[in-house]
Design a protein around this ligand. Structure first.
Ligand code: NAD
Ligand code: ZN
Length: 348
């Protein structure tokens, strides 16, 4: 089959690799119909996250059709259209039962293989899905393949980020980063009741989108975000900051923007070894810092009714629809924000 594979820094190849096979009786094989490039794929692309085997099929955002079933798969059939969270989960362990499916004891991340162990990703014609009954969801009625793909990661992650911010109507909120995750965190914050949201980025087109989604925007390349938020809040700072970038600068900014007793909800994948604020800094603000991977399998189920109602135009974040064979170009435009690229979906 054809796949987009990792071969080191800024080197993605469209090439033939072996077709996946059923390895465990609880596996299925999905024929991918749509897949996407995520900000998380860029950490591997820029090699800020080390260890990914060369030759690994990239990607963890996909939906498609089941074409092969392991013997113990109970709820899925050949021909079913399915959406997938970006990690697998057993549906049965301590963490799955508490809704933290991303920390399932058997969890594996699509598109991550280290020392020949792990899963190939969904930027490919076919993908093997372990623990299929509990990992996948049949595409619900009224949910498109593209909406399913967004539910499997960035939509769930944006809403998870907002949920962790414990939104209350009258408060002041800040979202740092207006990529797909940050933009969907704005919608999440609105859904959970926020009335005043500021969004920070440096890319004008992305800020325009944030404004369309209902945020007041701050262009960090020439505006003083800290000054603006302090002025809005009688000098206190924001009640919660949603961090959707994942580096030291933006985590420090989140700290500088938050009021005493506030919450930082950080979903950006930060590969630094230290916090950009000290334990004393945290103490001095009575800070709550929530961080980590989104339990997408849990969240997507919660968000299905909202997507079915078409309450928000979530697919409006998709700026480019290209073919899988054009994926190398897709990485270039998404990573370098060329041609107003905001989200690349590849159709097969
Ligand atoms: P993206 O790269 O498209 O978005 C990042 C945005 O941050 C860009 O718009 C960029 O212009 C902006 N930015 C960069 N530096 C900035 C700065 N100093 N100040 C203000 N804005 C700045 O990626 P995305 O797909 O939206 O993902 C965002 C982050 O979320 C990534 O780190 C990704 O790995 C992470 N993520 C986490 C989870 C999770 O489960 N926690 C899931 C999906 C994605
Ligand atoms: Zn992702």
């Amino acid at each position: 089959m054809k796949a987009l594979t990792f071969h080191g820094k800024h080197h993605i190849q469209y090439e033939s690799i072996r077709d996946p096979e059923i390895l465990q009786p609880t596996d299925v094989i999905v024929k991918v119909k749509v897949c996407a490039i995520c900000g998380s794929d860029l950490h591997a692309y820029h090699e800020s996250e080390k260890g990914l085997d060369h030759g690994t099929a990239m990607g963890h955002e996909f939906s498609g059709e089941i074409v092969a079933l392991g013997k113990e798969v109970k709820t899925l059939r050949i021909g079913d259209l399915v959406m997938s969270p970006f990690t697998t989960s057993c549906g049965n362990c301590f963490y799955c039962n508490m809704g933290l499916t991303c920390r399932c004891v058997q969890s594996q991340l699509f598109g991550w293989r280290e020392n020949n162990y792990g899963l190939h990703g969904g930027q490919a014609e076919f993908v093997r899905v372990p623990l299929a009954d509990s990992s996948l969801m049949k595409l619900p009625e009224g949910v498109s393949l593209e909406e399913g793909l967004l539910l499997g990661d960035v939509l769930s992650t944006g809403f998870f980020c907002a949920k962790q911010a414990e939104i209350k109507p009258k408060n002041t909120y800040v979202v740092i980063g207006c990529g797909p995750v940050g933009l969907l965190a704005i919608l999440g914050a609105i859904e959970y009741g926020a009335e005043k949201i500021f969004a920070i980025d440096t890319v004008p087109e992305r800020l325009t989108m944030a404004q369309k989604f209902g945020a007041m925007v701050i262009n960090a390349s020439h505006q003083n975000a800290i000054g603006i938020i302090k002025e809005e809040t009688d000098g206190r700072g924001a009640d919660a900051v949603m961090e959707a970038v994942g580096n030291a600068t933006t985590n420090r900014l989140a700290y500088d923007l938050i009021r005493p007793g506030g919450i930082i909800s950080a979903v950006g994948v930060c590969t630094d070894t230290h916090f950009p604020f000290s334990p004393t800094d945290a103490y001095n603000k009575n800070l709550t810092y929530k961080v980590g991977r989104c339990p997408a399998r849990f969240m997507m189920e919660q968000l299905v009714p909202m997507v079915q109602q078409k309450k928000y135009n979530v697919t409006s974040i998709i700026s480019h629809r290209i073919k899988l064979s054009e994926g190398v170009y897709g990485y270039d435009i998404f990573s370098n924000k060329k041609d107003d690229c905001l989200k690349v979906v590849m159709e097969l």
